[in-house]
Structure formats: C-alpha cells, structure tokens
Design a protein. Structure first.
Length: 97
C-alpha cells in the first residue's frame, strides 16, 4: 500500500512514476523497499490516466448510500420465534441430559 502512496505523491508533484522514483520516495521516508511490489505497481500503472481514475473514485464514493441495493429482512411472527426458542431449549437440554 505504501508503494501506491509513493506513486500518488510522484503523480501529484508531476514526476514520472517509474521504479527509480518510487524507490527514492520510499527510501527517503525510511520505508522498506520491495522490488517486486514496485515493479508490479509501475507495470500496472502503465497507460493509466491517474487523474481520471481518481475522479471516478471520488464520484463513486460520493454516491448516496440509498443507491446501494438493500436486502429486506423478513420479520418472524411471534409464533415462529416461540417455536425457534423452544427448539433451541430442547437441544440444550439434550446436551446436559
């Protein structure tokens, strides 16, 4: 995750996001440099419009919670709840004989 933050810092400062620059940012912050993570990050960001991706992420996060699908919980009748409680107590009594 820290590698992503380093890439965002480079992008924000107008620097190219390459392995060397990401390593420099991580090293200057005193972070552990993992070569494989850096290579994977730089490769995955190749050709990505970071500004557009960030705008999409912000607009997605700003959507109201009401737009998300919700599940309706079925309400149990009192009779069903009583049967479930009775069944549970019978199961417990069989454990303790």
């Amino acid at each position: 995750m820290i590698e992503v933050h380093a890439a965002l810092m480079l992008h924000e400062s107008g620097q190219p996001i390459n392995e060397e620059n990401v390593k420099k940012v991580l090293s200057s912050a005193g972070a552990n440099v993992d070569e494989s993570k850096i290579k994977a990050l730089v490769a995955s960001l190749s050709g990505v419009n970071i500004d557009e991706t960030l705008k999409e992420a912000v607009s997605f996060a700003a959507q109201p919670a009401a737009a998300a699908p919700t599940e309706k919980k079925e309400e149990k009748s009192e009779e069903e709840e009583a049967k479930a409680a009775e069944s549970a107590s019978q199961g417990l009594s069989s454990l303790f004989g």
